[in-house]
Write a protein that binds this ligand. Structure first.
Ligand SMILES: Cc1cc2nc3c(=O)[nH]c(=O)nc-3n(C[C@H](O)[C@H](O)[C@H](O)COP(=O)(O)O)c2cc1C
Length: 140
């Protein structure tokens, strides 16, 4: 099974409700752990930016569920590639809340200082997720 990394962006839908992020994280952590999938999810109340790493088939099946989830829309696959190592190996799903997303760090990895993951490269998106994940304690 090839170790693979998937990166995508999406926007919240009209169906999204306060409290949905907790249930998304709960099922992500539960399901991903069973499938040896790790990753990070950034949410700024408007957009999601997520990286998933793990066995290729597991990523495909999780992504199919994510695609049909009505709590978000405009799901845009930004990257899907084999990788040598994981960036988020300590987290079944790491969560990055928007208070960590400063203008400085956004500007470092994108053309603007306001986050819009649809305008970012997959490398920029990964850079942002890695920097923000490692600014928090491991496993949180
Ligand atoms: C932005 C977003 C990210 C998600 N990330 C994951 C994930 O990493 N793993 C996962 O299993 N489900 C994830 N989900 C939830 C799935 O769409 C789906 O609701 C869930 O896998 C259903 O699993 P359950 O039947 O065990 O609750 C995500 C949903 C959204 C909207």
């Amino acid at each position: 099974m090839y170790l693979t990394r998937l990166v995508y962006a999406s926007a919240i839908s009209e169906r999204f409700q306060a409290g949905d992020i907790e249930s998304i994280l709960q099922s992500a952590k539960r399901n991903n752990e069973k499938l040896h999938v790790t990753g990070s999810l950034l949410f700024n109340r408007k957009y999601f930016l997520q990286c998933l790493e793990g066995p290729r088939e597991a990523l495909n099946s999780i992504f199919q569920k994510i695609l049909s989830d009505q709590r978000h829309c405009k799901v845009c696959l930004m990257g899907f590639e084999s990788v040598r190592r994981r960036e988020f190996s300590n987290w079944s799903m790491h969560y990055i809340p928007d208070n960590l997303l400063t203008r400085e760090v956004t500007l470092k990895y994108s053309a603007d200082d306001v986050l819009n993951p649809f305008t970012m490269s997959s490398e920029g998106a990964m850079g942002l997720l890695v920097e923000l994940s490692h600014s928090q304690p491991q496993g949180s």
